[in-house]
Design a protein around this ligand. Structure first.
Ligand code: LMR
Length: 333
């Protein structure tokens, strides 16, 4: 009898912490590398607001912006290890996840405008790429836009040959590495958080990025010349660890999906204006010179970078190029 009572007491004590835990919110750590004041930064905060609202506080989203928790490479490892639950890296950084196919999106002059890009990601291209992630234990939840890249250096870049001999920071994609090499420059992968200092001290001479990133990271203060080339596109995929996502109670997962869908629409609806505003601020600062390509100059760049397409087959594979070509109604060679 005594044994039974003692056993009962022990069982109550053992249950107690579990009951308390059940009331604790599920924490989603969302790490990224840009400031809060960018399309992705605002999107992450919108997701936090909606996720906490729709789950009635059962989920708490902790957003860590501006590489405050992890830098580019580290955050991918952290997701795989479960130290963070959500990321939104640029798709140029997906090779370490084992999905080089995403780099097809970095092909130069691929998307003719914002609408073409948005349709492709909502359509087959976006779906096909997310399927590739599944086998790696990663679930893709949405694509977030950040517009087209500009290019900058310590001198004006108007003709392809202007890039010759310059050290250029790239974010990770071998496709970008290739088009910079073709133009005679020396590309170098570097974490986003290190770019400002590298430009300032001359470790690299130039870089490519979108206006919102040039503005919020102050790259424009340490680059004498920026060409508004829009030669390639920057997009993010919001990703979670599949084990974590699949392990959530179904009602909570549904509420989070709703929050993510709305945060995705919101982010994609502000991206263009955020970049236009950032470009206007850069111009107003007077700290750099903006250059715009003439039609002939743009054509010269396109011709010079064209061999990247043939080269890319060996890197990303024919299959993804076919999917992209079909969706965009273009030839990929
Ligand atoms: C970069 O590294 O240049 C970008 O991917 C940063 C970002 O997340 O916009």
């Amino acid at each position: 009898m005594r044994k039974l009572i003692l056993g009962g007491i022990a069982a109550v004590f053992m249950l107690a912490p579990a009951a308390a835990l059940a009331d604790d919110p599920i924490v989603i750590k969302f790490s990224h590398v840009v400031t809060n004041d960018t399309p992705k930064g605002k999107g992450a905060l919108k997701f936090k607001e909606l996720a906490e609202k729709y789950t009635n506080g059962k989920v708490k989203v902790e957003v860590y912006p501006n590489s405050s928790l992890y830098k580019d490479k580290e955050e991918i490892e952290a997701l795989q290890l479960g130290s963070v639950q959500m990321l939104a890296p640029s798709t140029a950084k997906f090779a370490p996840l084992g999905v080089k196919e995403f780099e097809a999106l970095d092909l130069p002059w691929l998307f003719k405008d914002d609408e073409t890009y948005a349709q492709a990601m909502k359509g087959e291209v976006g779906k096909w790429l997310f399927k590739k992630l599944e086998a790696k234990g990663i679930t893709g939840l949405g694509y977030w836009d950040n517009g087209f890249h500009m290019m900058s250096a310590s001198r004006p870049i108007l003709k392809p040959s202007d890039l010759e001999g310059l050290k250029i920071r790239i974010s990770g994609s071998k496709v970008a590495d290739q088009y910079f090499r073709i133009l005679g420059s020396i590309p170098q992968i570097m974490a986003f958080s290190e770019v400002y200092q590298a430009l300032q001290t001359g470790v690299v001479d130039g870089c490519e990025n979108t206006a919102s990133n040039y503005y919020t990271q102050k790259f424009f203060e340490v680059q004498k010349d920026i060409t508004v080339s829009y030669h390639a596109h920057l997009q993010y995929a919001v990703i979670v660890n599949s084990k974590f996502w699949g392990g959530l109670p179904p009602d909570i997962r549904g509420q989070l999906e709703k929050a993510m869908n709305e945060a995705t629409d919101y982010t994609n609806s502000i991206a263009r204006k955020e970049n236009e505003d950032a470009l206007a601020e850069i111009k107003k600062s007077g700290k750099t010179t903006l250059h715009y390509l003439t039609d002939d100059q743009r054509k010269a760049w396109q011709i010079a970078m064209q061999p990247t397409y043939k080269w890319a087959k060996g890197r990303v594979g024919q299959e993804v190029l076919d999917v992209v070509a079909k969706e965009l109604h273009v030839e990929m060679n």
